[in-house]
Ligand binder design. Structure first.
Ligand code: C6P
Length: 409
């Protein structure tokens, strides 16, 4: 990042103190802080443009609609979509994956079919498929991990056959930081006639995304993890699949015609956006991708790879600390999960909080993965474009204090 202190000045929340120390925010995998550009765009929307979209014949409503649809175009360009019509605004990654499971899976899966996931998935990319299996009689299968916390591509061939109809894969793990070989997995899935659904909750904020180059069918992300507001995310889908899909929610705005017994649907993407959408949030999402694009996603990745490498190096100095995730920076992003001797991760997070450092502790909505790791919980520091090496350094005395308090030798 060429001028990190200038960039940090864009984030008002980062300027404060916490428990008498400068706030060190290392929980961007949970949610990210917002630049003034996003806050201002949402504020301006409510002060100057607020009206319901796609409904009013008056100028203000048309302006609101243009802003809303303009954000869709920005998000489409950000992920390399062929058309804004391929972007469905959802509540976030979770609801985007549910939209595919219940809009596509419900109508295409039969008893005996398979859904292939990986062993590192977030609950958002597990539970919707479990629900779908209950409804359809399909079964779940998991691609295992290698000892260095990457997915085992050598096992892909024996997991994939024509019974597999869906492959659900994260772009980047929220626990291990692992960057997954999405394009390779999608090519193998396509060869057996399966669709690939990417959970990009952690990928879209941290890596350049080009859905065409990835060769996938659906991709889900959340605005709040990429500098935007909560309450909105995107489902990108290939247009021919979206057009053939049934809506999982019905109501106003998503219809072509409503009769007393039957209705017909609007074309994609509006078919999947029942009711009044989160308009100000869409405007904020558009401002967020503008901000990220202005910095450049290659630059975001370069900065985070540098910080992550530095953090792995510094954390290796702490006796008793175990990091869970690939050791090489080229295979991982900036979510660094660890345990320290037998100190409970919640205690670690509390001690760090007293030093002004915000990290997350728990299973990070990845219980099956934590069972495989053999620990009920981990502590996780996660980085974004606004974090600095000095913030990584701040972890060291705080972890030393934890060791002292718990009498770790
Ligand atoms: N992970 C974390 O602290 P939603 O809640 O729908 O915006 O995103 C869900 C989700 C899906 N997939 C991955 C890989 C994720 O990391 C997340 C959210 C947060 O790790 C909250 S549990």
């Amino acid at each position: 990042m060429s001028d990190l202190s200038r960039l940090r000045a864009d984030f008002p929340l980062l300027q404060q103190e916490m428990n008498g120390r400068p706030l060190v925010y290392l929980d961007s995998a949970a949610t990210t802080q917002k630049p003034t550009a996003v806050l201002d765009a949402m504020d301006a929307y409510y002060r100057r443009y607020n009206a319901n979209v796609h409904r009013g014949a008056y100028t203000l409503a048309q302006e609101a609609t243009e802003l809303y649809e303009g954000s869709r175009a920005k998000v489409a360009a950000f992920v390399g979509a062929a058309s804004p019509r391929e972007i469905v605004f959802t509540r976030g990654t979770t609801s985007a994956i549910n939209t595919v499971a219940f809009g596509w899976g419900m109508y295409h899966l039969r008893p005996g079919d398979r859904i292939l996931l990986t062993d590192l998935e977030h609950h958002a990319n597990v539970v919707p498929w479990q629900l779908l299996c209950r409804h359809t009689g399909a079964h779940l299968d998991y691609l295992p991990l290698t000892p260095d916390y990457r997915v085992d591509l050598e096992r892909l061939a024996d997991r994939l056959d024509e019974r597999v109809k869906v492959v659900g894969i994260s772009g980047m793990s929220n626990v291990l930081g692992t960057i997954l070989p999405v394009a390779r997995v999608a090519a193998a899935a396509r060869a057996v006639g399966a669709i690939t659904v990417v959970d990009a909750a952690q990928m879209a904020p941290h890596l350049p995304v080009d859905v065409a180059a990835l060769g996938v069918d659906f991709l889900a992300c959340s605005a709040h993890k990429m500098l935007g507001p909560t309450g909105i995310g995107a489902l990108w889908g290939r247009l021919e699949l979206l057009e053939a899909m049934e809506p999982a929610e019905g109501g106003g705005e998503m219809i072509r015609d409503v009769g007393r017994d039957e209705s017909t649907w609007a074309p994609a993407p509006h078919r999947f956006e029942a009711g009044t959408p989160p308009i100000a949030e869409a405007v904020g999402f558009g401002a967020a991708v503008d901000y990220l694009s202005a910095v450049g996603m290659d630059e975001v990745r370069r900065h985070e790879a540098d910080l992550t490498g530095y953090a792995l190096e510094r954390l290796s100095e702490v006796p008793g600390l175990v990091v869970y995730g690939p050791p090489e920076v080229e295979h991982r992003g900036g979510a660094v999960s660890f345990t320290l001797a037998d100190i409970h991760p919640h205690d670690l997070a509390t001690i760090l909080d007293q030093q002004g450092i915000a990290i997350r502790a728990g299973h990070h909505c990845a219980q099956p993965l934590h069972r495989l790791l053999g620990v009920p919980a981990t502590a996780r520091a996660s980085f974004y474009l606004y974090n600095t090496r000095r913030e990584v350094d701040a972890l060291l005395p705080a972890l030393a204090e934890a060791r002292r308090l718990f009498g770790v030798a």
